[in-house]
Design a protein around this ligand. Structure first.
Ligand code: NDP
Ligand code: PMR
Length: 401
């Protein structure tokens, strides 16, 4: 019944996809074993690091056994460099932390007592109220103004952040807009279609500028995370619900995405839902291109994720009321893809700080028992040529080239 109603919300062009696609989508929620092997890998690495560290310590006693005892509990004034590094709180910038996933992640990180969160938000008062409403303590967060729909605002944010002289240890590009019912495109301050302009171009500039700050961090694990989604991946059932993501040859983006030629990346007719899904493909391609260009040189971990279907967030605020009513039960009881904001926040917080999720270039997902695994991106969302082209065109649009 709910399914029927949800189907009825779709455009008449919808064709429900084949078995094969459904199986592919199950990958998102089925245990693949890779998270288990990740844990093993991480454990192995941390054991190796401990052994290496122990070897570095000067042996004080002639027997290996005694030396090991000393290493296990170093005197307070002889902490290892790693221990010294982790003494301070980490600083994480989260865009769009005034609601939904961003807020839940900020809260999850603050609750550990190990993170200070910079909530980078377009609505200062809303963010401040949101932080208080979830019980975050004053000393665990700072709200700073950032409007991703304005490149000037992005630059201003970076300047303001630098003025605080805080280190940057993790950047989370989370904010997004979704305009499924818009008949006409709307535009950012610089005149880009708003979904791609905000979700991709605003974050593209922000991440490029803040990469320098991340490089300077002495935190043991520096990370940059760009939130992706299942709906941008056409190797899943969700990604095959029309309109499907498709960047084509990027001709619309290359011609400015300003509505004069086209406001869609592929140069086609405006479609708000497609523009959002295209923007998520851009987010996932950008993460991989950052990984290819900068991971080795900087040691920064680049990652993306699909946190699950958080059907209750403000993302659907512009959808029709019937959709907002039926979408949560549809996801809870039919697709079983639903996750609460709290659970999704914990997942993203893992990508921020869990040592076992430290691998770079990965698109993380979780199965139904909430264990993480490295997921496969669709053909388009993992196309290295397209990622390079997207990078070059985006650089021009945001004024970096
Ligand atoms: P919300 O609408 O709750 O959160 C989006 C956040 O982005 C809000 O804080 C919003 O600010 C902010 N934002 C929007 N435009 C701008 C802008 N121009 N400048 C700065 N901030 C802006 O949605 P979600 O929490 O669901 O979305 C968070 C992320 O999760 C997105 O990247 C989305 O694509 C992704 N995602 C969501 C899924 C879901 O099922 N909900 C599934 C998969 C991925 P304000 O509060 O002022 O409106
Ligand atoms: Mg989907 C396993 C099946 C699955 C999952 C995990 C999602 C997630 N969706 C699934 C299936 C279906 N959806 C099916 C079979 C339909 C047809 C009835 C369907 C429809 C649908 C609509 C109309 N779904 C949607 C919409 C939206 O407007 C949402 C969207 O595309 O936002 C961009 C959406 C979503 N479905 C999801 C997720 C996670 C979303 C939203 C958010 C996102 O990608 O950020």
């Amino acid at each position: 019944m709910a399914l029927q109603a949800a189907y009825s919300l779709l455009p008449s062009t919808i064709s429900i996809q084949k078995e094969g696609k459904f199986n592919a989508s199950l990958k998102e929620t089925t245990f693949t074993g890779s998270s288990f092997s990740n844990h093993l890998r991480a454990e192995k690495i941390s054991t190796l690091l401990t052994i290496k560290e122990q070897r570095r310590q000067k042996p004080r006693f002639s027997t290996g056994i005694r030396a090991q005892t000393v290493t296990a509990t170093p005197p307070a004034n002889e902490a290892s460099p790693e221990q010294k590094k982790t003494e301070r709180k980490g600083t994480a910038v989260i865009t769009g932390a005034s609601s939904g996933l961003g807020l839940a992640t900020a809260k999850a990180l603050a609750d550990t007592g190990k993170w200070h969160v910079i909530m980078a938000c377009r609505n200062f008062l809303k963010a401040e109220k949101a932080a208080r409403s979830v019980g975050m303590s004053k000393e665990d967060y700072t709200v700073m103004h950032l409007d991703l729909a304005s490149l000037e605002s992005v630059k201003q944010f970076v300047e303001n952040f630098r003025r605080t002289e805080q280190p940057l240890d993790v950047l989370v590009c989370n904010a997004a807009v979704y305009q499924p019912t818009a008949k006409e495109p709307s535009f950012t301050a610089e005149g880009f279609e708003i979904s791609v302009g905000t979700n991709h171009l605003g974050h593209f500039l922000l991440s490029r500028l803040l990469l320098d700050d991340l490089k300077k961090s002495d935190y043991p694990s520096k990370r940059m995370i760009i939130v992706g989604s299942i709906t941008g991946n056409t190797n899943t059932l969700a990604g095959n619900v029309p309109p499907k993501a498709n960047l084509g040859d990027l001709r619309g983006l290359a011609s400015g995405l300003n509505g004069q030629n086209s406001s869609m990346i592929d140069g086609g007719e405006f479609d708000g839902a497609k523009a959002y899904k295209d923007s998520k493909v851009c987010n996932m391609l950008t993460m991989q291109e950052l990984h290819r260009r900068y991971h080795e040189e900087t040691g920064v971990t680049f990652a993306s994720l699909y946190p699950g279907c958080i059907a209750t967030t403000g993302l659907f605020r512009e959808h029709i009321p019937l959709f907002r009513l039926l979408f949560p039960p549809f996801q809870k009881y039919i697709t079983k893809g639903y996750v609460s904001e709290e659970e999704a926040g914990k997942r993203l917080a893992q990508v921020v700080s869990d040592p076992s999720l430290g691998k770079s270039g990965v698109y993380w997902s979780w199965n139904n028992n909430s264990s993480s695994f490295e997921n496969q991106l669709s053909k388009e969302a993992s196309d290295a040529e397209k990622a390079k082209k997207l990078w070059e065109v985006s650089e021009k649009l945001v004024g970096l080239a």
